[in-house]
Design a protein around this ligand. Sequence first.
Ligand code: NAI
Length: 497
Amino acid sequence: MTIPTSAPVLVIGAGIMGAGIAQVAAQSGHPVFLFDTREGAAATARDKLGATLQSLVAKGRLEAAAAEAALARVQPVGTLAEAASAALVVEAIVENLEAKRGLFRELEGVVAQDAVLATNTSSISVTAIANGLKHPGRLVGMHFFNPVPLMKLVEVVSGLATDCAVADAVFKLARAWGKVPVHARSTPGFIVNRIARPYYAETLQLLLERAAEPAVLDACLRAAGFRMGPCELMDLIGHDTNFSVTCSVYEANFQDKRYVPSLVQREMVDGGLLGRKSGQGFYRYAEGAGVPALTAFEPAAAPAAQEVVLHGQGPLADRLATALSGRSFERDAGSGWTGLSVDGAVLRLTDGRTATAQGADVAVFDLPLHPGPGGGEPGMALAYAVSDRISPAWAEAAPLWLRAAGFHAQKVADAPGLVVARTIAMLINEASDAVHQGVCDEAGADAAMKLGVNYPAGPFEWLARWDAAAVIDLLDALDASYRGERYRVSPGLRRRG
Ligand code: NAI
């Protein structure tokens, strides 16, 4: 089964998503019918599309003739019957199960029996939308991301009844539209909205525990390669939207504690602190403020010490060695952990246990994840924490060693797995669970997270660079610390350890 790019497409819902889908379909060569129940909405969307295409021409990104031809292909219609020749219908109406079901039932009486029906739903089960249709096999999810013309990812979502040939045809079509399609099974949140939950949830948990300020958490995750930290990103998305997606994934999973929403976010929603759109979220935007910068990084010389041992091997150990240049030290490459012991005190990479659980003069630091050697260029923010029983001398010296190695050491509370390590471990765990449950394959999960939410790498790419046993140990340590369902290791990940 193939849907040619000359086939008529009907887009229903001329809102933000429908307009974008109509643009992409028209630019790919399809005649496009655009329908919306709101009086004049389809015509307005077409006018706006004309302006958008003209601005692309002005920027030299589109030929004038191509813009004109694309716009000419878009025809607002006042009734569904006028679009009866459509070979593909893409629905982007209000996010409501009954509205979508009713629309598709109506469409069965309008379009040909072999026309493909696609829904752009972001949170409703494709299986549930298809229930009650005469031919449920032809209904498939075609989940675009906003803004549609720019975002490459399309999740092609199969419900219980979806015909494989239909999913494959939509997959091929999305590719012809210049998108990167990924197959997904209809499960709560599909791929991106499910796997991304821990990116917000771990930061919200740390905020709940008052482990660090939002600006510190954001800086640490930006240093790990994310374009935006979780707090600034939640402020941009809007806390109402983000909270409602979290609640829907939580409810749809029968209140699995892994997805439990955060009190921190609910309080912000209750208080009207919705983020950028309301002028304040974690940060204030009203006076042109925004995310406060950290204090500037100042390199430090490593403190004086009698006996220093560098533990571990690899890029991180090599980077720590830079702090030791010009002085004599021992190297224990086979000790099984990475860090320094300095006159009996310890500074080590987190393994998920708190510093306090490991002794008195212990400091732990976060996973330096930046793709640069051993954690990126000097000045990258990196969280560290110290034992509750640390001596004043080591409390002062430990961050100096990190600074001497070029890390912009950020003190946070002694929370298990610190900031980046626990977040990445949970993202890997969620992705492993999705694959374990057949929601998508590993390549699909990686592509979806890189293209749908601009992650610097996919969860399985992180896993390949880290180590499954270490990720499992870290999650088990979190599980031991919090005791609940949230940090349980996916059987799919456990099997790799
Ligand atoms: P929107 O509110 O901008 O547009 C929805 C449009 O559908 C409105 O113009 C409305 O008049 C029209 N409409 C409502 N009921 C209708 C019906 N029965 N028949 C015809 N037209 C109808 O909403 P938006 O953001 O474009 O979302 C549309 C769909 O896309 C939803 O299912 C949403 O969950 C999904 N989605 C939204 C994303 C986003 O970032 N906004 C991302 C991915 C999916």
